[in-house]
Design a protein around this ligand. Structure first.
Ligand SMILES: NC(=O)c1ccc[n+]([C@@H]2O[C@H](COP(=O)([O-])OP(=O)(O)OC[C@H]3O[C@@H](n4cnc5c(N)ncnc54)[C@H](O)[C@@H]3O)[C@@H](O)[C@H]2O)c1
Length: 321
C-alpha cells in the first residue's frame, strides 16, 4: 500500500550519501521540501551535524552514520552518491581512504541500487578532465590526468567510479546518471578547506589581507549551490536512456582579482590585497561547457556571483560570530 501511495503522489524514498556535507545538506533540504522521504548517510569525515541540524526534527528525515566503503542494506527508490571529501586539503589528508570512498563506495552503492532496483546518480567532478588541454571542456573530452600525483587519489578515484557506473549500466542495465560538477560555492562550505571563495570571505570578514598568487589574472567560474542542486534534481528526473555524463557548473568566468575585489566590498572594505608568486601548475582558466545540460535538462545557472557571494558571506559572518 505504502509504495503504491508513494508512486501515485511521486513521493519517493531517497538516499543521499554524504548528506551531511556542503552539497549533500542542501540536497537533503531540497528533497524534503519536495515531499520525499530522505535518508542521509554520512560518516562525518568532512560533513557535520550542524549542516543538517534543522532537518533532524523533520518527520521525513532520517540520519544514519555509516561509511560507504562498507555495504549498506536499506530500501530506497533513488540514490544520490555524494560521499567523498571534495577539497584538496581534505582528500589528500588520507589519500587511500579517498580512493576507497570513491571506488568501494561506488561498488557498494551500485550493488544496493541493483538489489533494490533504484535509480542512482553519481556526483562526479570536473577533475576527471585533469589538467585539460581543451577549453572549455565538453563531456566527450577524455581528460589529461596524472595517475601518480597527489591529486590522483581523487581524480582517478572519481574516474574509476564513473567506469563502474557505466559497467553496471552495460552489465546489469541499471538506471544511472553521472554529473560532472564544477566549482560550486555557497553557505555550509567548510571555512578552512583552502578553497578560494571561502578563503577570501573568511579573510575579508576578519579584516585580514587577501592573498593572491600571481597577478590575479587567472580566471575561474563559480556555480552557486542552489543552481547546482537544481541541476542534480533535473538530471535524476531525465528518462532512463539519458545517463550523462553531463557537466554542471557556471560558465561565467571571473578573474581571481575581480573575485577578491567583490568579496572585500561585500565584507566591509577592511582588507588589502597582497600578491605572492604564482603557484606552479595553477591553471590559467577553468570553465565548463554546459551545452548538454542546457539542451537535455533545460538548465543554466541563474544566481549571479554578487547574490551568491552575499548569501555565502552572510553565512560565514554568522558562523564566525
Ligand atoms: N563542491 C564542489 O565544488 C564539488 C565539485 C565537484 C564535485 N563535487 C562532489 O560532490 C560531492 C559532495 O562534495 P561537497 O563539496 O559537498 O564535499 P563535502 O566534503 O562537504 O561533503 C562530502 C560528504 O561526504 C562524507 N563522506 C566522506 N567520506 C565518506 C564515507 N566513506 N562514507 C560516508 N560519508 C562520507 C563527508 O563526511 C561529507 O559529509 C563529492 O562527491 C564531491 O567530489 C563537489
Amino acid at each position: 500500500m505504502v509504495s503504491v501511495a508513494r508512486t501515485r503522489f511521486s513521493q519517493r524514498r531517497i538516499l543521499v550519501t554524504g548528506g551531511a556535507g556542503f552539497l549533500g545538506s542542501h540536497l537533503c533540504e531540497r528533497l524534503l521540501n519536495e515531499g520525499h522521504d530522505v535518508l542521509c548517510v554520512d560518516n562525518f569525515y568532512t560533513g557535520t551535524k550542524r549542516n543538517i541540524e534543522p532537518l533532524l526534527k523533520h518527520p521525513r528525515f532520517e540520519l544514519m552514520r555509516h561509511d560507504v566503503t562498507f555495504p549498506l542494506y536499506v530500501e530506497v527508490d533513488e540514490i544520490y552518491n555524494l560521499a567523498c571529501p571534495a577539497s584538496p586539503i581534505h582528500y589528500q589528508w588520507d589519500p587511500v581512504q579517498t580512493t576507497k570512498t570513491s571506488v568501494h563506495g561506488a561498488i557498494n552503492m551500485l550493488g544496493l541500487a541493483k538489489r533494490v532496483k533504484a535509480k542512482i546518480l553519481q556526483a562526479s567532478t570536473s577533475e576527471v578532465y585533469g589538467d585539460p588541454q581543451v577549453h572549455p571542456q565538453t563531456e566527450d573530452y577524455w581528460g589529461h590526468v596524472n595517475p601518480i600525483g597527489p591529486r590522483s587519489c581523487y581524480d582517478e578515484g572519481k574516474r574509476c567510479a564513473e567506469t563502474l557506473f557505466f559497467d553496471y549500466r552495460r552489465q546489469h542495465h541499471l538506471p544511472i546518471k553521472v554529473a560532472r560538477i564544477f566549482n560550486t560555492y555557497g553557505p555550509r562550505m567548510h571555512p578552512n578547506d583552502g578553497r578560494v571563495v571561502s578563503n577570501f570571505i573568511v579573510q575579508a570578514l576578519k579584516g585580514e589581507p587577501i592573498t593572491i598568487y600571481g597577478e590575479g589574472k587567472q580566471t575561474r567560474s563559480f556555480c552557486y549551490v542552489d543552481d547546482l542542486i537544481e541541476g542534480l534534481i533535473r538530471l535524476m528526473a531525465t528518462p532512463e536512456e539519458f545517463t550523462g555524463p553531463v557537466n554542471l557548473g557556471n560558465p561565467n568566468e571571473v578573474t581571481i582579482l575581480e573575485l577578491a575585489e567583490k568579496v572585500i566590498e561585500l565584507c566591509g572594505d577592511r582588507s588589502k590585497i597582497t600578491f605572492q608568486p604564482a603557484v606552479p601548475d595553477d591553471p590559467r582558466q577553468r570553465r565548463p561547457n554546459i551545452g548538454l545540460a542546457h539542451e537535455v535538462l533545460g538548465w543554466t545557472p541563474s544566481v549571479s556571483l554578487e547574490e551568491g557571494l552575499k548569501a555565502t558571506a552572510s553565512y560565514f559572518s554568522k558562523l564566525l560570530g
